[in-house]
Design a protein around this ligand. Structure first.
Ligand SMILES: [Zn+2]
Length: 239
């Protein structure tokens, strides 16, 4: 059997099985029967996704509320940055550095009546009190584009067993209240996508809908952890 090509770059051998939806992003409510989709991918593409996913997930998870579609994801993630979970001194130092870098990307607002600095309040409180956190700066467009591309290419391959033709991927988080990214020009499109039936469920943490436009573009609309809406516009390159 020949090694399949990486479905992302279409050039290198796909020697690794890449989780389209990262395995640590599945909520605890995921049924045991849920197929955790993997696709052939090369080490270079995997590394590109890993960096974008790590920069994306921490500020997002600190800002979402706990619900069935997100349960357990934050707890798993936060174990990787809590120094007291370290197995050695070096591991503890590594986790401490990760915690500081994570905290620097999140802006905390104190709950009413709290008098300590917001970061200290965060460190001392339980997950449920974290609703007053938000990303300190808009999430990096480049990272979101990469995550949108990863989902779209992976789901397209799972559906058709074909590699999506070279395209440009433009992805944006559209929750106005959460992240204030997206812009008014996307509103009619988002409203149309929101009204599509939501039967295309891939896993409880990631639901999606697809709409083809008359111009040949595809609009993919993802609902992550029941809360975060990610719009990805796929524009095929000129032949
Ligand atoms: Zn590749």
């Amino acid at each position: 059997m020949p090694v399949p090509l990486c479905i992302y770059c279409g050039a290198a051998e796909g020697v690794q099985a890449e989780h389209v939806f990262p395995s640590s992003w599945y909520p605890d409510s995921t049924p045991l029967t849920c197929q955790r989709l993997t696709v052939p991918s090369c080490p270079t593409c995997n590394a590109r996704f890993k960096g974008a996913e790590e920069r994306f997930i921490a500020p997002v998870m600190m800002s979402l509320v706990d619900c069935d579609d997100s349960r357990g994801v934050y707890d798993r993630l936060s174990r990787s940055w809590k120094p007291d979970h370290g197995k050695s001194e070096r591991d503890q130092a590594h986790r401490g550095a990760k915690l500081l870098s994570t905290l620097s990307r999140v802006q905390f607002k104190n709950p009413p009546g709290a008098s300590t600095a917001p970061v200290l309040t965060f460190l001392a409180t339980a997950r449920d009190d974290l609703v007053a956190a938000a990303p300190a700066s808009p999430l990096q467009h480049a990272d979101i584009d990469i995550i949108g591309e990863k989902f779209v290419r992976g789901l397209f391959f799972a559906d058709t067993r074909r590699t999506l033709a070279p395209s440009k991927f433009i992805a944006r988080v559209v929750n106005d209240d959460l992240f204030a990214v997206g812009g008014p020009q996307t509103k009619p499109l988002v409203d149309a996508l929101r009204s599509l039936p939501s039967s295309d469920s891939f896993a409880p943490g990631l639901r999606y809908r697809v709409m083809a436009s008359p111009t040949g573009d595809q609009h993919w609309f993802f609902l992550l952890w029941g809360q975060l809406e990610l719009l990805t516009i796929v524009v095929p390159n000129e032949a």
